[in-house]
Design a protein around this ligand. Structure first.
Ligand code: ADE
Ligand code: ZN
Length: 326
């Protein structure tokens, strides 16, 4: 349609994408073979068929299992470059990528192997495609705060390559309060802070991400809509939300895109952005998220343009880069 062409051409940023979640089944099989790792699936088709999730945890179990094929610096480079080329095709001018180092260091992969592979691809894409990026290290919330602190200390010598820190993995039972101390340090050291909140967890977790972690953006934020005072606050503070509609559909956070809270978010004047989260697992990169949401919620051209503009303004790009983007 006319609006799909408009979406394809819209200059945009992607602010919520887990690099491990961009591992396509084809690359997973290729890396398994390259590294001599056996996968519990006979084929790419069999693996894809397993991508049917009742909730966040069912997805996470497969996502962590899939990440085990990533061993060498070249593996992390290939993973990241494949995503960057795909994002470039969606007219993503700037991207902010999450990575989960604990998933790898727990398996004996060096932090530097992960970081070097990813950041070499980021710098090649900046030169070759003009696609700029920032990197956000996410702590796994199902692990302890002490584990997060140890990971933070591993990252500090590389602080010039990391823009900020986030919080992901199993939300229920792992509230923001569990990570208050580490994020106090992260902020004092001058980094940006984000956290997944209100994906499966209650509105209180969104409030605590604001009050205790003092986040610069909320990742997801869906369940904030259950609390009208919280919605008013998010609007007043112009707090960006990185919304991921196809992820929400795949993980049964919503049962139908027509019921997606993005409609209420826009009507309440919240600074919403659209993102792919884990596109290899959820059936679509960022433009597919725009297209399916447009169709389900009858988003107008102006609303699509606003969502794309929000993604550029809410980014952590340098002031110089932001001036070019806007
Ligand atoms: N890690 C990767 N994708 C995630 C999601 N949607 N929620 C929490 N943790 C994640
Ligand atoms: Zn996410």
């Amino acid at each position: 349609t006319d609006l799909n062409a408009f979406i394809d051409e819209l200059p945009k940023a992607e602010l919520h994408v887990h690099i491990e979640g961009t591992l396509e089944p084809e690359l997973m099989f290729a890396l398994a073979e390259r590294n001599g790792i056996a996968l519990p699936y006979g084929s790419v088709e069999e693996l894809r068929a397993a991508y049917s999730f009742k909730n966040l945890q069912e997805f996470l179990d497969l996502y962590y299992q899939g990440a085990q094929v990533l061993i060498t610096r070249q593996d992390f480079y290939d993973l990241t470059m494949a995503y960057l080329k795909r994002a470039h095709a969606d007219r993503v001018l700037h991207t902010e990528i999450f990575f989960d180092p604990q998933t790898h260091t727990e398996r004996g992969i060096a932090f530097e192997t992960v970081l070097d592979g990813i950041t070499t691809a980021l710098s090649d894409a900046a030169h070759e495609l003009g696609l700029t990026s920032e990197l956000i290290l996410c702590f796994l919330r199902h692990l302890s705060e002490d584990d997060a602190i140890a990971t933070y200390e591993m990252a500090l010598p590389h602080r010039d390559r990391i823009a900020g820190f986030g919080l992901d993995s199993s939300e229920k039972g792992h509230p923001p309060a569990k990570f208050e101390r580490v994020f106090t340090r992260v902020r004092a050291d001058g980094f940006k802070v984000v956290a997944h909140a209100g994906e499966e967890g209650p509105p209180e977790y969104v409030r605590d991400a604001l009050d205790l972690l003092k986040v610069d953006r909320i990742d997801h934020g869906n369940r904030a809509l259950e609390d009208s005072a919280l919605v008013e606050r998010l609007a007043r503070e112009a707090m960006p939300l990185t919304v991921c509609p196809l992820s929400n559909l795949s993980l049964a956070v919503v049962t139908d895109l027509a019921d997606h809270p993005l409609r209420q978010m826009l009507d309440a004047g919240l600074v919403a952005t659209l993102n792919s989260d884990d596109p290899a697992y959820f059936g679509g990169y960022v433009n597919q998220n725009y297209k399916e949401t447009q169709s389900a919620l009858s988003l107008t051209k102006d609303e699509l343009a606003l969502l794309a503009r929000n993604s550029l303004t809410a980014s952590f790009a340098s002031p110089e880069r932001k001036a070019e983007l806007l």
